[in-house]
Design a protein around this ligand. Structure first.
Ligand SMILES: Cc1ncc(COP(=O)(O)O)c(C=O)c1O
Length: 400
């Protein structure tokens, strides 16, 4: 008898970040004062001028109809202009595909590039969606594991050790979710040249490009390494830069054949992205970066507070992240210790105990391919952040 759910779809794991979020929300709904560090989204509303553009678009009958599957021409042009402004990467608008959020860009990039058995080098810890998108495309993920001792940065030597004859793609993510690591320019260049030297494709996720702190600079591998030629696919979107997670607009930039093939796929799967959301994204990418500058200031303040407070907890080691809005501390030294009558052996068990005992939600490293760590987002209000980490300090200092 055939099974009710296909093997391909049964193999998809539940999103661990969403699972933590769901449990925290259920506890909150039951009246418990849960503080959530799980969310991967800015706590700010979308800037007013972007919302206004969408309101106007909703009244315009032109946007009540289907539009080209690949995106509104004026948005594609604005994305090409913005990419030149922010990454120094020159691209014709015909090489832009507007997608339903960065997630659809991730999915379509792998679906378009991979044949069954093709290997993709993925630096761990990695964002939870990549493995599923790679698997669905029939690809084989090969992990390149990093840790806090290198600030979660992979070296060329590590990548080379993981490369085989089947390696087709290097996935490059900087700034990183979940670690906040940002590759310095020299390392971006070295990795890019290595990839080009072996004829690999580079899929680069630049969605956190504007969230870098202090002296740190974002370097686009596509621009820094022209030797990659046309074997580079850029993924990006408006979600994180403009506090627009709910609007669902992202994009993929690649060579003409990849964009054409991915557009064909999208034309059958979802057609054009909601026009009202596309017009909102147009206002965002055409506008200046003052909104993200304000958010960055708040995130930077929270980042420093959080790193300081977490490092005050015995057994927690938290490197200072240079980008995105996450910290990724090691909690390995706490595992196996006694805490409130229990002895959590894994970061997943410890996260569950913390949620129950301190009413604080963190995402365990199991979700990102590296058990023994937590991911905490600092995209939440300053008071909640201090209260939440204070609860962690109090609870975890009881571990013996
Ligand atoms: C690294 C990374 N890429 C892409 C995305 C996709 O964002 P969205 O689909 O909301 O545009 C996210 C969201 O969490 C992310 O963290």
């Amino acid at each position: 008898m055939s099974s009710r759910i296909s093997a391909r779809i049964s193999a998809i794991s539940e999103s661990a970040t969403l699972a933590v979020d769901a449990k925290a929300k259920a506890m909150k709904a039951a009246g418990r004062p849960v503080i959530g560090f799980g969310a991967g989204e800015p706590d700010f509303p979308t800037p007013g001028y972007i919302v206004e553009a969408a309101v106007e678009a909703a009244h315009d009958p032109r946007f009540h109809k289907y539009t080209p599957a690949g995106g509104l021409p004026e948005l594609k042009q604005a994305i090409a202009d913005k990419t030149l402004r922010d990454s120094g990467y020159q691209v014709d608008a015909s090489r832009v595909l507007v997608t339903n959020g960065g997630k659809q860009a991730v999915y379509q990039a792998f679906a378009t590039l991979l044949d069954p058995g093709d290997e993709v080098l993925v630096v761990a810890p990695y964002w939870t969606t990549y493995p599923e998108a790679i698997k669905l495309a029939g690809g084989v993920q090969v992990d390149v594991v990093t840790d806090e001792t290198t600030g979660y940065l992979a070296s060329v030597e590590q990548l080379e050790a993981a490369r085989t004859e089947r390696t087709k793609v290097l996935l490059f993510v900087s700034p990183s979710n979940p670690t906040g690591a940002v590759y310095p320019r020299e390392q971006v260049e070295a990795i890019g040249r290595w990839a080009a030297g072996h004829g690999l494709w580079v899929v680069t996720d630049e969605i956190y490009e504007h969230l870098v702190y202090g002296e740190t600079e974002f370097t686009s591998i596509a621009t820094a390494v022209p030797e990659l030629g046309d074997k580079v696919v850029i993924l990006n979107g408006v979600a994180k830069t403009y506090a627009m997670t709910g609007w669902r607009v992202g994009w993929l930039i690649g060579p003409s054949d990849v964009v054409k093939a991915a557009t064909n796929l999208q034309s059958h799967a979802t057609s054009n992205v909601c026009n009202v959301a596309q017009v909102a994204a147009l206002a965002a990418v055409k506008g200046d970066l003052s909104a993200v500058a304000r958010m960055r200031e708040a995130f930077d303040r929270r980042r420093r507070t959080m790193v300081r407070m977490l490092n005050e907890i015995p057994g927690v080691v938290c490197p200072e992240p240079q980008g995105a809005f996450y910290v990724y501390p090691s909690v390995k030294a706490l595992l196996g210790k006694e805490l409130r009558g229990r002895r959590p052996q894994t970061s997943a068990e410890l996260a569950e105990l913390i949620l129950e005992e301190a009413e604080v939600a963190v995402v365990p490293g199991e979700a990102f391919g590296t058990p023994g760590y937590f991911r905490l987002s600092y995209a939440l209000g300053d008071d909640d952040l201090v209260e939440g980490v204070s609860r962690l300090q109090k609870l975890l200092s009881e571990a013996v």
